[in-house]
Design a protein around this ligand. Structure first.
Ligand code: SF4
Ligand code: SF4
Length: 552
């Protein structure tokens, strides 16, 4: 019998019959129902202690008493006042909304759940109502009549529930005539909750791991070396070539970093292997780092201060190793941090050079401030200059579609490069419907630290719009793979696809490129980087995939 943290617990027909009938009570008077599958467990005291965060204690979301610290209302209101003074966007977003409703049906969580408080406009009202009551003259005098309400423990519980049902994907902001970014309101909500020691463990444990080990997954330096060496072995099995593995190499031209999720779990590990294949084939002078061992930054889902601290290791390692510039791998939120915050937060990185491809000579002016280039920009340029020998027919068994990961799409506007790269290495490509891609892309449902199984119902509901679009191209065009350039996508979308579009696999983009790359001195390439036979190329199609049996 499946449990609430397993997809099998939820019948599709139940999730599809979304109840759009609003509750009988007004939204301010409707409490939160913490039922299994709809929330994430709280941050453990040991993790808060590591980070020196306040009010570390063991507690459960379903407790009646959340053990809030003495004077907690003042803490929150002081915290709001400080942030209203510090972040102009926050003040603007608190004052501006005209409740036109254009954003209301644009959030994947509202589409999948029908819960009115998952409408971006109402999610923001959870915070805005407190702002009105305590920071505006009208609210102070007229209270509820002016849309204000008192800060109670119930409000805090509601914040915790709904600010951890927002993946900070920013889809709603695309449709708002004022550009109100509800993701930023969620970020503020989470920061304020943090002042009371209210975190989810799925976010705060990776952050604590970063403090201790440099990466979310607590991989120790020698563990990372072992992992990468293991991948080198698998690459050799697939290609016949032993690729270089430069680690902590001083004086390398490039520091390369990527999210740690790609070191440990499929399908991300194949993306990681693909980087090594491509860098080897292109003869790039690069290095991995066991200190800057995570491009991912769950600080973004915690507080601005935490995001800044976790990100600092990247520039500091670039300086220590004496590299010229930095190249970043396939990640989502990492690119929001780099593209929108890194320069002012951790920069200026004047000790680095404006990135210039050592293969083509192209200068990446876009990265002249941050000095960090996205792997897709880099690869698109390489492919455009025909510096890789490609055989797209190796991917002919793949019928692929592309999921624009929220952050690279909406925070960077990287729409064309991944499509150009995919189409250069795959003969069969089909887009999902227009209102589900590019800047209107739908979230995987597990970003911003929501990718745990504890909230499986919410993940499946939030993944419905994306899953539905995948199902459409599966049925219409026979699509069997979904490419995504984000580690969280690679971790979360397999569940979404298995549930809403079974039969569709998830892949990174570099994996497709590496499989199509004809390497100098390679073997017959009858198996791919997953060590699975490539249809039409395996000597005996009935053979067991290599590497799948004896060595277990
Ligand atoms: S679209 Fe913008 S202005 Fe309209 S309700 Fe949503 S947040 Fe408010
Ligand atoms: S940022 Fe994304 S998850 Fe959050 S309210 Fe907007 S659409 Fe929903």
């Amino acid at each position: 019998m499946a449990k609430p943290d397993e997809p099998g617990y939820y019948k599709q027909e139940d999730l599809l019959s979304v109840d759009l009938q609003p509750p009988r009570t007004g939204w301010m008077d409707t409490g939160v129902d913490f039922k299994p599958g709809s929330f994430i467990y709280p941050g453990k005291a040991k993790n808060l202690d590591i980070l020196d965060l306040p009010n570390a204690r063991e507690w459960a979301v379903t407790d009646i008493d959340w053990q809030l610290p003495e004077g907690w209302q003042k803490t929150i209101l002081d915290g709001m006042a400080e942030r209203l003074g510090k972040y102009r966007s926050f003040k603007l977003f608190m004052d501006t909304c005209v409740r036109c409703g254009a954003c209301a049906d644009k959030c994947h969580f509202f589409i999948g759940s029908g819960d009115p408080k998952n409408m971006p406009v109402l999610r923001a009202e959870l915070l805005r109502s407190i702002y009105r009551k305590d920071f505006t003259a009208l609210g102070k005098v007229f209270g509820k009549m002016a849309g204000g309400r008192k800060l109670t423990e119930e409000v805090i519980k509601e914040w915790f529930y709904y600010f951890y049902q927002c993946t900070e994907c920013r889809r709603c902001s695309v449709f708002c005539p004022f550009g109100i970014d509800t993701a930023e309101i969620t970020m503020m909500g989470r920061e304020l909750l943090g002042l009371l020691g209210l975190y989810v463990n799925w976010v705060i444990e990776p952050v604590a791991n970063c403090y201790t080990f440099g990466n979310h997954l607590a991989i120790q330096p020698h563990g990372l070396v072992d992992t990468l060496e293991f991948m080198v072995g698998d690459i050799e099995e697939a290609t016949g070539i032993k690729v270089d593995l430069p680690i902590n190499k001083k004086g390398a031209e490039i520091l390369f970093f990527t999210p740690s999720g790609d070191f440990v779990a499929a399908p991300g590990i194949y993306t990681c292997m693909a980087y090594m294949v491509l860098f080897h084939e292109l003869g790039i002078d690069y290095t991995w780092s066991t200190y800057a061992s995570d491009g991912g930054n769950f600080g973004l889902f915690t507080s601005h201060e935490m995001m800044k601290r976790l990100n600092a290791k990247i520039y500091s390692e670039a300086k220590r190793l004496g590299v010229k510039w930095i190249l970043g791998g396939e990640c989502g939120h990492m690119w929001r941090v780099i593209n929108q915050y890194m320069d002012t937060m951790n920069g200026p990185a004047d000790f680095l050079e404006i990135p210039k491809s050592m293969v083509t000579g192209t200068v990446f002016e876009r990265a002249s401030s941050t000095k960090v280039v996205h792997i897709m920009e880099f690869l698109a340029d390489i492919i455009h200059h025909k510096k890789l020998k490609l055989d797209p027919s190796r991917n002919d068994h793949i019928n692929v579609t592309y999921h624009d990961s929220c952050n690279p799409a909406r925070a960077m506007g990287i729409f064309e490069e991944p499509r150009y790269v995919i189409k250069s290495v795959c003969n069969n490509f089909h887009e999902m419907p227009e209102n589900t891609i590019r800047e209107k892309t739908f979230c995987c449902g597990g970003g911003a630290g929501l990718g745990t199984d504890e909230n499986m119902e919410i993940r499946l509901r939030g993944g419905l719009p994306r899953g539905n679009a995948v199902r459409y191209v599966q049925e219409e065009f026979g699509v069997n793979q979904l490419a995504a350039m984000c580690a969280i996508d690679r971790a979360v979308l397999p569940t979404v696809c298995d549930y809403w579009a079974p039969g569709v696999q998830v892949t990174g983009i570099c994996e497709l490129v590496a499989n199509a790359t004809v390497m100098k001195g390679e073997n017959d390439r009858s198996i791919d980087l997953r060590l699975e036979p490539i249809p039409g190329r395996a000597a005996d199609e009935n053979d067991e995939p290599r590497g799948s049996s004896d060595d277990e």
